[in-house]
Ligand binder design. Sequence first.
Ligand code: UGA
Length: 502
Amino acid sequence: MKIGLVGSGYVGLVAGACLAELGHEVTLVDTDRDKIAALQRSKCPIHERFLPELLQRHGNRRLAFTSDLKEAVRSSQVVFVAVGTPSKEDGCADVSYVESVTSGIASAIRDYKAIVVKCTVPVYTSHWIRRVLLLNGAPAPLFDVASNPEFLREGSAVSDFLYPDRIVLGVDNDHCARLLQQVYEPLVDGSYYSRLDAIPGPAAVQCPTRLICTSTKSAELIKHASNAFLAMKISFANSLANVCEAVEADVEQVCEGVGADSRIGYRFLHPGVGYGGSCLPKDLLAFRAVARENGCHFGLLDETIRVNEEQQGRFLRKIQRALWNLKGKNLAVLGLAFKNGTDDVRESPAISIIKALLREGCSITAYDPAAMVRATDLLPKHSVRFAADAYEALRGADACVVLTEWEDFGALDLGRMKELMRYPIVIDGRNMFSPDCMEAAGLNYYSVGRPDVMGAKRSSTLATESVSRTSNGAHPESHSTIGAAISRDGARPASGPTDERP
Ligand code: UGA
């Protein structure tokens, strides 16, 4: 089938490459001519597993790149819209790119087109698109508007697209439903999975892929609700971790027990420094705005966002508890991306935490396997030294701070780590190591929701001593202003400190 896809961001680029992989002829449109030129040279603009292979395989063959929207629309039966929907000041999604693309599409419609919204949008967007198409002269019988939200995760986007848990089609008539089912047929009938050159996916493939046909409004809500639920699960795990810290229990053990209930499940129950990225933070705000605009009080969303914002502050206080004074400390920071498997640093907890540490007077040497180039744009100029690998970052450091869950970090040689650092202190925001192994390796180890271990106790210096707890379990420095709260761009808010421990 001939498919046009507008927007070559994460979702658009991955979807375009994967639709070509399924056998369709795809034209990817973007107004950014430099990006289009780079894609025409098969240059992959993001760090994403299997994407370079797909661009090599299909680029300039079944996958064409252009800045000519009208031509792409004219030559396609189905036109996907995957442009950005960033947050506005008030948290609402800014859907102005969707509107301007829609008017561009309208004037190119000469025969029937299915216009399909793939980007994450608030409920009623499909209705608005229909209106804009009509107002711009597109004849009603010549188009349908559908919603087909995407559930891919950065870092595993290609296999998420090709091996989805479900495909959601929000369609308001049968003709359009049938057309979209054809688009996904190789996944639904399983023929893609028997191809010898298929991109590898999870060991157990759910086949046929579950196809869920709904109204456009329900499809739009399914996307927002899914991201809200995932974020809520992470904030739940982080709140649980706080209780575990207070009573000196182990959150990993608690989550193992909780997640074993198949109604709950293990996934997205990992505590850490809070969720980041270009989706969950933005979509939570947008969904909350949708609820408010429609007169609904969805307090769970407020609480999910609040827990997430506080989580970084808690972690900063943990670093301070481990090091006493932050001023003048040399820290090795492992991880800059908002999660593993990607070079994306948008809304990365690592970036805000680094900014806060810099403000406290720390010097930072950072290492990330993929995100160092992108991180440079978000950090104050020359404020952070970048290392060629994790061991180089650790050399001479007063402590190591782990901020992204790259698997490689969990595989570091602990003996070498200890040898390289000035003080054997590791503060881990992603629970990458086993406390027992850290203790056995002679490291003082602070993680999230698990008791601290003092492997280096015997040879301790002032810096390696843990701060003793008061009788109510609170840490004496809990009145400190560090990490009182950090705003979304990492800047300390003007208001006074808040502390989660009364
Ligand atoms: C998220 C959703 O998972 C996708 O289903 C959705 O399609 C996508 O948003 C989107 O709307 O486009 P993504 O932002 O790529 O995907 O990343 P996630 O894997 O959801 O991770 C988000 C953040 O939560 C990361 O910072 C990660 O480190 C953190 N996280 C995740 C935790 O702290 N704990 C967990 O247990 C899981």
